[in-house]
Design a protein around this ligand. Structure first.
Ligand SMILES: C[S@@+](CC[C@H](N)C(=O)[O-])C[C@H]1O[C@@H](n2cnc3c(N)ncnc32)[C@H](O)[C@@H]1O
Length: 465
């Protein structure tokens, strides 16, 4: 009978003092349980972490080192779920006067096992040693190689890591901003935790902390949120200080860490939590703020797009036709369905129903001219599904109340239609929604100066022109 163990709840959430090359023999092969692997193996012989003969890269040829990595990641492959992801942090080295491309060689090893290369991320460490050498610039980046087990079916919660950081022109050009926010680029800037920031939790600090090269918790939070879900199992086979494990725990994931260094294990149990704790509030409040603001941003970007859309549309009508002939006085934005995209999954974000009110029976001419205009590319880029109708009756027959944009000193305000005198010689725009100034301010809080805000807010009152 096999002595390989099936993973049980009580064997999770542990820092295991074993060589990760043993992983393949520790767990039952046909019972995959790992959702996410995040790790940084030793960079061949660049650093000696322990006195153990099990340490990879030390007293090994380059080929032996790559073989050791292969054994570890084969073992992990066997116990990973089909939907699993692997993030591996690695750097290049200089050996014998030339670059040793560990990143390429390790990627090849992983591909031989079956891991599928999805992306290469440049990790900009921001701070680094202040020296350059002949033939080599100051090194500020490392690689994060991202692999999955399946080509398509893997966890990728990119909605969570997209960010909303509007610049002041989002207001004037809402069609240029995705309502869902911006995905991070493939250059990630996270500074490495300074050695001093580890505090005095570990007694013999000089001895224990000397060899730590810890991951920034902020970067781990991004990876864990992106590629796993609550309750999932995160493994770090070269755990070191175990920051990846601590961050996984704080994000309600299970973890398993492997390392051969009892000193690193000591750091994990004595210092890692309090170190992460110091930065945790910032991480939590960042994601909280983002999740609060995303639906507000989504709604407002779409509503601003609708207002700009009708502004351009009206200008085009005025260019092509004499308003006196058409006798159009009103445009009602009758309905805006911002959930349109969620249901239909089209490239349109919202469905908008517009109704032009003409005083006489010219509605057919107006409608055909409108249909020509909305085919234009400058209106197509707004991502709106637009339905237009033309009705022939007067303002007094409006059967519901709309909001109207009008200037009020330095502010904009919305007035119900029954309080309004329409302006002659222009298309008066009424809408079924109103923008809320508090929401707009919330979105660009901290990112925009007060005077710029004021300037742009003033432009709102003129959006129907
Ligand atoms: C680059 S460090 C990892 C640092 C870690 N990412 C952190 O945040 O602290 C590499 C680690 O691999 C460990 N190591 C070396 N050989 C190993 C082996 N055969 N099995 C498990 N861990 C090993 C070293 O002890 C060291 O802690």
């Amino acid at each position: 009978m096999s002595n390989k163990k099936t993973i049980r709840k009580n064997s999770l959430n542990k820092y295991i003092l074993k060589s990760s090359e043993e992983i393949g023999s520790l767990y039952e092969e046909n019972n995959p349980f790992v959702d996410l692997i995040i790790t940084s193996p030793p960079y061949f012989d660049a650093k000696k972490y322990t006195d153990s003969h099990l340490e990879i890269g030390v007293n090994q040829t380059y080929k032996e080192y790559l073989d050791s990595l292969k054994r570890t990641f084969e073992g992990l492959y066997a116990i990973s779920k089909e939907s699993a992801s692997l993030y591996l942090n690695i750097d290049t080295l200089k050996r014998n006067g030339k670059v040793l491309r560990l990143n390429d060689d390790v990627a090849r090893v992983l591909e031989e096992i079956g891991w599928i290369h999805q992306d290469t991320i440049i990790w900009d460490k921001v701070k680094t040693l202040p020296y350059a050498r002949k033939g080599q610039s100051r090194n500020v980046f490392e690689y994060i190689l991202y692999f999955t087990k399946d080509k398509k079916d893997y966890t990728y919660n990119d909605e969570i890591i997209k960010s909303i950081k509007p610049m002041h022109w989002w207001f004037k050009h809402p069609e240029k901003y995705s309502p869902k926010g911006v995905s991070p680029s493939n250059i990630w800037s996270f500074s490495i935790p300074p050695q001093g920031s580890w505090g005095s939790q570990v007694k013999d600090e000089s001895k224990v902390l000397k060899h730590a090269c810890p991951f920034p918790p902020e970067m781990l939070a991004r990876i864990i949120l992106l590629s796993s879900n609550k309750g999932d199992i995160v493994v770090d086979p070269y755990a070191g200080t175990g920051i990846s494990l601590e961050v996984a725990k704080r994000l309600d994931r299970n973890f398993l860490g492997f390392d051969i260094s009892s000193e690193s294990e000591e750091i994990f149990y004595k210092a890692t939590s309090s170190f992460v704790e110091k930065r945790w509030d910032n991480i939590v409040s960042y994601y909280k703020y983002q999740s609060l603001i995303k639906p507000i941003y989504y709604r407002n970007i779409i509503l601003l797009r609708v207002l700009k859309y009708v502004k351009i549309l009206n200008k085009e009508i005025e260019k092509n036709n004499s308003l006196d002939d058409l006798n159009v006085e009103y445009l009602c934005i009758d309905k805006v369905d911002i959930n349109f995209n969620h249901e239909k999954r089209t490239d349109k974000y919202a469905k908008v129903e517009l109704c032009y009110i003409s005083k006489n029976e010219q509605s057919k001419i107006l409608l055909s001219s409108l249909i020509k205009i909305i085919q234009q590319s400058k209106l197509k880029k707004f991502g709106l599904e637009v339905v237009i109708t033309v009705k022939s009756f007067g303002y007094e027959k409006f059967d519901k109340s709309y909001y109207f944009y009008r200037e009020q000193g330095q502010e904009f305000e919305f007035v119900e239609t029954n309080m309004l005198e329409p302006k002659k010689g222009r298309i008066n725009v009424f809408s079924c929604f109103k923008l809320k100034k508090e929401e707009l301010n919330l979105i660009w809080e901290d990112t925009v100066d007060e005077d710029i805000k004021e300037n742009y807010t003033k432009k709102l009152d003129n959006l129907d022109r």
